[in-house]
Design a protein around this ligand. Structure first.
Ligand code: GAL
Length: 676
């Protein structure tokens, strides 16, 4: 894996000069002039350029791209050069129909749209390899080439016969025999025992069409789609690795997108990158918007094991695909951009550099709008971001050193989404992990997102909400962590099924119950008219939506339910185990309880806080580089905020010395530095 460290923070975005081919003498020249003016040092090109690069099968035209690459180099702009597989030219679909995806209704798509090629099609694989090879060979030694951008927002699945065959091959490799598959999928249910792998098909929609109710089959399909995609990704990068072994590769991801296990994709690339489109409101709701964005930044750093990542896309103004597309209120762009850096990004990149005149994204925010003028509010704000990134340039390449990890595992998410129980179709896995993230970050710490495969020894606290599916090896790892003094927080709906989504034959939380010191007897789904309560440390809290009824088995009860037949059963427990301990939260609560609990858990664990006494909407993170510590104080509230830093620091942009309380203007971020 290539360790990429840039001497500066990257600033740029998606650049589509091919849309202006007929006006290149004026527009391309102006693009470079404006890029320099806005402090742009990076542009992503070629993402949707296939029909210009290969106008006919086997006929290539790189002359225009040579010119673009030369322009970038002449202006000291790094090229984030894309492979064009995100969208294909019409001739390709016409000549090789297998590239067109089939829907889960088994309907072949017609040409159109993007991100919809069949990743199993040998024709598509061959054509992608051919064009990637040519791109790699042509630009291997070009001074502008800095990063490979693989495809665009890889997503969704194809159900064609080629994909079915690969799925069956994948099943054979995973299960070995069809009997083993039948056992793992519990196919004695409804007489579904297969006698050959060829009988197994991908899940269908609508439900009456075929198989779409088996949790194990659905889970297998999700896993296959990720593996098939990672295989395609590896195929895409093979010629790039060969021609340009030192150029890092990335693929832009989409936060909590459910179609792919991003840890698997993230670990296959050199730098992770993602596209962040928060729906800022310009009022107090921005505190919640900011928290969602913080959570996803941490997740997108986590999928590549906490290395610095890239913010590959963000809108400099409104997007065009929400139902209500607000423009950014003044200052929001700066906040959005600095927040990415605060969470570990080494870049701020936009979609898009220049708005096209047509197409569905003609009204999407852009650095340069239709007037072609630099005299716009958006352009000035982008220029301000460029200047700010220069001021905080030493942050580039610095890393996080968080002591608290929060589990977000796509296998848990999938298995819960698929499961037929509780609030079917609305288990709120993502919302729950987000709630824990918010409560933890209100304590004045940064958070690492992990999955069940991540190394956890270096953390002091691990929080695993709704860890429903326990993958092989996870419980042993967790047990060792707690034995060695770690603090674990578990919640309801944990340890229900094994890797294959089969229930265990012992009480929940299975494989974790000796650590938790409780046995779950029942789990209840509460509708919105039914709640319960509990008192902990003299304060009364509400229970809602999901609640477990358990029996103590070694743990100490810290709080019991108040009402109905739940009364006095454990709601919050703690179980000392080895040198550490495990807290168990038996039911879903509001944020007030999680905040109070984490206040106590982090204090007990001796977690060093980055800041204290933070007013509403103020959050903090830190990045480290050798002896330097960079602390980011972020205020997403529209009122002035304050926080107290725990040691003297200097504002990296203004030079002001901060000792103790620090003011943060509404919707803004301060970057402080101290020698560690
Ligand atoms: C992204 C995509 C871009 C552009 C953008 C608009 O999801 O990668 O190509 O469509 O959305 O917000």
């Amino acid at each position: 894996m290539i360790q990429s460290k840039f001497p500066e923070l990257l600033h740029g975005g998606d650049y589509n000069p091919e849309q202006w081919m007929k006006q290149k003498d004026t527009i391309w020249r102006q693009d470079m002039e404006y890029a320099r003016k806005a402090g742009i040092n990076t542009l992503s090109i070629g993402i949707f350029s296939w029909s210009f690069l290969e106008p006919e099968d086997g006929v290539y035209d790189f002359a225009w791209m040579d010119e673009v690459m030369d322009n970038l180099a002449a202006n000291e702009i790094k090229a984030v050069l894309a492979t064009p597989s995100g969208a294909r030219p019409p001739w390709l679909a016409e000549k090789y129909p297998s590239v067109l995806r089939m829907t889960n209704e088994r309907m072949r798509r017609v040409y159109g749209g993007r991100h919809n090629s069949c990743l199993s099609s040998p024709d598509y694989r061959r054509k992608v390899t051919e064009i990637n090879t040519r791109l790699a060979q042509r630009y291997a030694n070009h001074p502008a080439l800095a990063i490979w951008h693989i495809s665009n927002e890889y997503n969704n699945d194809c159900h064609c016969p080629l994909c079915q065959a690969r799925f069956q091959e994948w099943l054979r490799a995973r299960y070995g025999t069809i009997d083993q598959l039948n056992d793992c999928w519990w196919n004695s249910f409804w007489s579904h025992r297969y006698t050959s792998f060829e009988q197994v098909e991908s899940p269908t929609s609508p439900s009456w069409l075929g198989e779409n109710e088996s949790p194990a089959a659905q889970l297998a399909w999700k896993r296959f789609c990720t593996d098939n995609l990672v295989d395609f990704f590896n195929m895409e990068i093979a010629p790039l690795r060969q021609a340009t072994p030192d150029i890092p590769v990335t693929a832009n991801m989409m936060g909590t997108f459910t179609g792919l296990d991003y840890y698997k994709l993230g670990r296959a690339m050199d730098i992770s990158s993602w596209d962040n489109y928060p729906q800022w409101t310009g009022d107090e709701r921005d505190v919640a918007v900011s928290e969602q964005s913080a959570f996803k930044h941490d997740l997108m750093r986590g999928v590549s094991d906490q290395k610095p990542f890239l913010l590959m896309e963000s809108s400099p103004s409104a997007v065009n695909w929400f139902s209500c597309n607000r423009i950014r209120t003044p200052g929001t762009l700066m906040y959005q951009s600095m927040q990415a850096i605060a969470h570990g990004s080494d870049s701020v990149q936009y979609f898009q550099f220049r708005a096209g005149r047509g197409g569905s994204e003609q009204y999407h925010g852009a650095v340069i709008n239709h007037t072609g003028s630099a005299n716009t509010r958006v352009f000035r704000e982008v220029t301000d971001v460029g200047a700010a990134l220069k001021q905080i340039a030493p942050v580039a390449g610095s890393v996080t050193r968080n002591q608290v990890a929060l589990l977000y595992d796509w296998n848990d998410r999938w298995a819960l989404d698929i499961a037929w129980f509780l609030h079917r179709g609305n288990q709120k896995y993502e919302e729950t992990v987000l709630d824990h993230h918010a409560a933890l970050s209100m304590q004045g710490i940064g958070i690492d997102m992990i999955d069940q495969d991540s190394e956890i020894d270096a953390y002091r606290v691990v929080v695993a909400p709704m860890a429903y599916l326990i993958r092989d090896g996870f419980s042993e790892k967790i047990e060792k962590f707690v034995q060695n003094g770690g603090r674990l927080v578990l919640t309801y709906a944990s340890g229900y099924v094994n890797e294959e989504s089969l229930t265990f034959q012992e009480p929940n939380p299975c494989l974790l119950h000796s650590i938790a010191g409780i046995r779950v007897d029942e789990i209840d789904a509460l509708d919105d008219r039914r709640t319960n309560h509990f008192i902990w440390n003299g304060k009364r809290y509400e229970v809602k939506e999901v609640a477990e009824l358990s029996t103590l088995d070694g743990a100490k009860q810290l709080a019991g339910y108040e009402e109905q037949f739940y009364a006095e059963k454990p709601m919050l427990t703690v179980h000392p185990y080895g040198d550490g301990c495990c807290y168990y939260i038996a039911a879903r609560t509001d944020a007030d309880f999680l905040c109070d609990l984490y206040d106590k858990v982090l204090a007990e664990a001796g977690i060093s806080l980055l800041a204290t006494e933070m007013t509403d909407g103020v959050k903090v993170t830190a990045r480290y580089d050798g002896d330097n510590q960079y602390v980011f104080l972020m205020n997403s509230s529209h009122a002035k905020g304050t926080a107290t830093v725990t040691k003297p620091m200097r504002d990296l942009q203004t030079g002001e010395l901060i000792d103790g309380m620090c003011t943060v203007q509404p919707m803004s971020i301060r970057v402080l530095v101290s020698a560690n």
